[in-house]
Design a binder for this molecule. Structure first.
Ligand SMILES: [Zn+2]
Length: 424
């Protein structure tokens, strides 16, 4: 069975109670689900296309406000003062003011009349945004088999039908590479108790640091950053590459254009306020993206990053604190990862590397992330998904230059940048 599209977030004792199951595909009709599974093996892409001249030009977002620099946050990579950049120990629980932001974990109401959103709506070239219908779960049955809008939820499509938007980044091009990604952070619990806090950040970040200073992509939710800004700053200072994961974690194709813009805007704004950067990468919750959403994201300065392997850690039926609503056991999730490793060891996985979906979401997912990491590091060249795709500068702020796998750094549109980035 395919997982449900809604549920109650594990461990949500307080203000972050929310109706989402983190990532994984949305519910869909069984026939289409089966077709999707068949597609899964043949839909993997080669390296991203590199003819950026055919892509719609992008510009650094002008509609984001300026913010004062935060104390103890790095301003470049590598950092000018590495020791100061790597604080450890308990994190501050200080929170940012919600002033200027919408309700946490909720799609922005009246987005079309929001004075922050109106200028962006005017700046976007809507002739370049396909008029794909706003979807709902019921719409799935009616969606044409020809997949006119490259709707990942239905077909796992990652190459837009429109030529001026690049394909989603969905794999690591080089075989034997593991693109490490953690979604839905920063991870924290409310209320803060000893038991809850045990698995909250900086638990995973400390673990990564102790294990060969492993770097990852962290796909942060805007609403979560507000609740745990110090955790976000710690992840960023550690050298992880931050990408946006929307404001409230909705299925993006179910939203109106103005709501989509608001989800992007408020997540980017929160990231800029707390970290001082503007990511050029985002990941759709549940993978729910089509060409309408891609075109809006691209014009707001971001390329879509998806995955080709899902650990299903988000769907575990319980955690260290309480039973949860998930559908699979720890053993099942472990088996999935074991099978990938076996396939690689047996020489059956030589076509390309993979971008793997994991989460910093609950004590279950943190437990699994830490349990798997040493084995993954042993079997694969492990790095952020942006690094295996040679994206050295993942933000509009160019002074952040991260190590990459290859020798030629490229932009998020796949074009060589001329920047000399260190090799992993
Ligand atoms: Zn997510």
């Amino acid at each position: 069975m395919m997982p449900s599209g809604s549920g109650i977030w594990l461990g949500s004792g307080g203000i972050i109670t929310s109706k989402w199951v983190p990532d994984g595909p949305r519910a869909k009709p069984i026939a289409i689900a089966l077709a999707t599974l068949l597609f899964a093996t043949i839909n993997v892409q080669a390296a991203p296309a590199t003819k950026s001249s055919t892509y719609l030009p992008q510009a650094s977002p002008k509609w984001l406000p300026s913010f004062p620099k935060q104390k103890n946050v790095i301003t470049s990579w590598p950092p000018s003062n590495p020791k100061a950049a790597l604080p450890s120990g308990p994190l501050s629980t200080a929170s940012f003011s919600l002033e200027g932001y919408p309700t946490m974990n909720e799609v922005v109401t009246n987005a079309a009349k929001d004075p922050n959103i109106i200028p962006i709506m005017k700046a976007i070239d809507w002739t370049k945004v396909p008029s794909a219908p706003v979807t709902s779960d019921a719409y799935g049955d009616e969606y044409p088999a020809s997949d006119p809008y490259c709707w990942w939820t239905q077909t796992l499509c990652t190459t837009p039908k429109i030529h001026y938007i690049p394909p989603d980044i969905s794999i690591c091009p080089k075989a034997g590479t593991w693109g490490l990604t953690y979604d839905d952070g920063p991870m924290y619990y409310w209320p803060v108790t000893a038991e809850n806090s045990k698995w909250a950040e900086p638990n995973l970040y400390d673990y990564l640091l102790k294990h060969n200073d492993q770097k990852a992509n962290l796909f942060y939710i805007g609403s979560k950053i507000i609740g745990a800004p110090a955790a976000a700053q710690r992840g960023f200072n550690d050298g992880h590459t931050i990408c946006a994961h929307t404001w409230s974690h909705p299925s993006m194709t179910t939203l109106t254009n103005a709501e989509v813009v608001a989800e992007f805007y408020y997540s980017l704004r929160m990231i800029k306020q707390v970290l001082g950067i503007t990511p050029k990468c985002w990941r759709p919750p549940y993978g729910d993206v089509d060409d309408r959403i891609r075109a809006i994201a691209w014009q707001m300065g971001m390329r879509t990053i998806i995955w080709d392997r899902d650990t299903n850690d988000w769907n575990i039926n319980g955690d260290q604190v309480a039973p949860g609503p998930g559908a699979i056991t720890y053993a099942t999730a472990n088996k999935t990862v074991d099978n990938w490793i076996k396939s690689r060891e047996e020489g059956k996985d030589n076509k390309n590397g993979h971008i793997v979906l994991e989460h910093e979401l609950s004590n279950s997912t943190i437990t699994l992330a830490e349990f798997w990491l040493p084995t993954i590091q042993k079997e694969y060249q492990t790095m952020p998904a942006t690094a295996c795709n040679n994206i050295a500068q993942p933000y509009w702020e160019k002074q952040f230059i991260y190590p990459i796998q290859g020798t030629v750094a490229v932009d998020t549109n796949g074009e060589p940048t001329g920047v000399k980035a260190p090799q992993i």
